[in-house]
Design a protein around this ligand. Sequence first.
Ligand SMILES: CC(C)(COP(=O)(O)OP(=O)(O)OC[C@H]1O[C@@H](n2cnc3c(N)ncnc32)[C@H](O)[C@@H]1OP(=O)(O)O)[C@@H](O)C(=O)NCCC(=O)NCCS
Length: 198
Amino acid sequence: MLRRDNIAAKVSLSLHTEDLQLVEPSRKFEDNFLAMAAEYLREGDKYEKERYRAAIRDFSAYLRGLHDAAKGVALPEGHVPATTYWLVRDGETIVATSSIRHWLTPSLLHEGGHVGYGTRPSERRKGYGKIVCAKTLEKAGEMGLDRVLITCDTDNTASAKIIQANGGALENRVIAHTTGKQKNRYWIDVQTARPGVL
Ligand SMILES: CC(C)(COP(=O)(O)OP(=O)(O)OC[C@H]1O[C@@H](n2cnc3c(N)ncnc32)[C@H](O)[C@@H]1OP(=O)(O)O)[C@@H](O)C(=O)NCCC(=O)NCCS
């Protein structure tokens, strides 16, 4: 079995000169976050555009919503608590984001999974997707999860590579109820996670 620290070391090799920290969202990065949000408005899909438009409209409310979601406060019907992280390069640039849903509902078990991530449009294809996934899996282990489900559309080659590089084992392929698209479901054992190895 691949050890999580080996995976982390492998995926971080090319970025060894950079300081990459996975942090919880904070006002400290407001200006950089808004610059990233503007990129998503130009280049994101419709869900990303919707999310980041709301964030630009009222950053304080957006931040409050993320903190509430992490604590399970004021959750929309059917949602579970979810913690969001930002991967920050050299203390100032958000290069990727991720989130961990604390447990699975039937819908998350079918197609949503525990972990989601995205790389800032201008920072793609530099290895940050693999890094943000690796670091988020460490957090999931610290949170007490044993196994993490990650799903991706079958045509999302980049995400499939990220999941496989992080030790994902394909369980099966399903049709997503929300989109009608085919999704691959992967499980990752996070028991071997070692905080602080990246
Ligand atoms: C998927 C996503 C996170 C990839 O982020 P990234 O930072 O570019 O990923 P990485 O640089 O770590 O690349 C991982 C691998 O995918 C490959 N890759 C990246 N973008 C690719 C693309 N558009 N097409 C094909 N391969 C791609 C990389 O070359 C790399 O391959 P390698 O393992 O052979 O070296 C990013 O494209 C994104 O945010 N997409 C929108 C949100 C999304 O799809 N999230 C995942 C939901 S399951």
